[in-house]
Design a protein around this ligand. Structure first.
Ligand code: NAI
Length: 290
C-alpha cells in the first residue's frame, strides 16, 4: 500500500462494547469491515449489538434507513484471524489484558501481508510498546483509543511508540480524522494516555467515597452532575465503561506509576469478582434493562 492510498479494508478484533462501536462507525464511513469474534455465538451477539445501534441512529434521525442498510451490508464476521490477510488497518478491541492482546498481535503480525498496514490497539491503558514488541514489525503498531459510545463521542487518542513509523502514525491520524470524522489528540506512550490518566483516579476516588460511607452513590453522582455540569456522575460512568475495564486500567496505571491513588479499591475488586460489571451485564452500581 502506498502512503497516500486510502484505507478501504478494515479489520476489527472483538465485537464487545468498543469493537462493535468502532465497526459501526467504520461501516457508516463507507469502509469494508471484517470483524473477528472468538465464536459464532459472540459474532451473532456482536452483529445484533451493531444493528441495534444502527436502528437507534435511524430512530433519532442521525442516519437514514438506506444508510443503515448500506452500513449493515458492509459488515462481515469471522472467527479466523487468517481472514485478515488483506486488511490495511486493524483495530484490536478485546478485553483489557496484556496477555490476550500480545497473543493477538503476535498472530496478526504474521497474517497481515501489507508492510505498510496499520495495526492499532484500542487499549485504554496498556503501554503500546508492550503490545508492539510482541510483533516482528513494531513500526506498524499504534494506539488508536476511541471513546464509549463510539458513534457519539468524537475523540480518538493517537499513541505512537518509540518504534512507530511516521508513515503509519500519519495514516492512522488521517483515517480517524478524515474518514471517520473524529478529532485526534496525540499522547505519549504512558499508561492511561491523556484521558484515563486524568479520569480514572477520579472514578476510583468516587468509589472510595461510597465504600467509606462518605456519601451515597446517588449523592456522589448528583453532586458531580449538578455541581460540575458533568453529563453523568462517576459511578454511572464507571458502570458505562465497565467495572472490569476500570479495574484493569487502574491495575495498568498502578503498575506503571506506583501511585496509591491509581490502586483499585476493594469494593471495585469485589464487584468485579461478583460479575457486577455495569451496564453491559445489566448490573453494577445501578441496575439496567438490557
Ligand atoms: P467488552 O467486555 O465489551 O468486550 C471485550 C471483547 O473482548 C469481546 O469482544 C470479547 O469476546 C473479547 N475477548 C475476551 N476475551 C478474549 C480472548 N481471550 N481472546 C479474544 N477475544 C477476547 O469490553 P470493551 O468495553 O469493549 O473493551 C474492549 C477494549 O476497549 C479494552 O481494551 C478496553 O480497555 C478498551 N476501551 C474501553 C472503553 C470503555 O469505555 N469500555 C473505552 C475505550 C477503550
Amino acid at each position: 500500500m502506498s502512503i497516500s492510498e486510502k484505507i478501504q479494508r478494515v479489520g476489527i478484533i472483538g465485537a464487545g462494547q468498543m469493537g462493535a462501536g468502532i465497526a459501526e462507525v467504520c461501516a457508516r464511513a463507507h469502509v469494508d469491515v471484517l470483524v473477528f469474534e472468538q465464536t459464532r455465538e459472540l459474532a451473532a451477539a456482536g452483529r445484533a449489538r451493531i444493528l441495534r445501534s444502527l436502528d437507534r441512529g435511524v430512530s433519532s434521525g442521525k442516519i437514514t434507513e438506506r444508510e443503515r442498510e448500506q452500513a449493515a451490508w458492509r459488515l462481515r464476521f469471522t472467527s479466523d484471524l487468517g481472514d485478515f490477510a488483506d486488511r490495511q488497518l486493524v483495530v484490536e478491541a478485546v478485553v483489557e489484558s496484556e496477555d490476550v492482546k500480545t497473543a493477538i498481535f503476535s498472530e496478526l503480525d504474521k497474517v497481515v501481508t501489507d508492510p505498510d498496514a496499520v495495526l492499532a490497539s484500542n487499549t485504554s491503558s496498556i503501554p503500546i510498546m508492550k503490545i508492539a514488541v510482541a510483533t516482528n514489525n513494531p513500526e506498524r503498531v499504534v494506539g488508536m483509543h476511541f471513546f464509549n459510545p463510539v458513534p457519539v463521542l468524537p475523540l480518538v487518542e493517537l499513541v505512537t511508540t518509540l518504534k512507530t513509523s511516521e508513515a503509519v502514525s500519519a495514516r492512522a491520524e488521517a483515517f480517524a480524522g478524515e474518514v471517520l470524522g473524529k478529532q485526534v489528540v496525540r499522547s505519549a506512550d504512558r499508561s492511561g494516555f491523556v484521558v484515563n490518566a486524568l479520569l480514572v483516579p477520579y472514578l476510583l476516588s468516587a468509589i472510595r467515597m461510597v465504600e467509606s460511607g462518605f456519601a451515597t452513590k446517588e449523592d456522589v453522582d448528583k453532586a458531580m452532575v449538578l455541581g460540575c455540569a458533568h453529563p453523568m456522575g462517576p459511578l454511572a460512568l464507571t458502570d458505562l465503561v465497565g467495572l472490569d475495564t476500570v479495574k484493569s486500567i487502574a491495575d495498568s496505571m498502578y503498575a506503571e506509576f506506583k501511585e496509591p491513588l491509581y490502586s483499585a479499591p476493594p469494593l471495585l475488586m469485589r464487584m468485579v469478582e461478583a460479575g457486577l460489571l455495569g451496564k453491559k451485564t445489566g448490573a453494577g452500581f445501578y441496575q439496567y434493562n438490557r
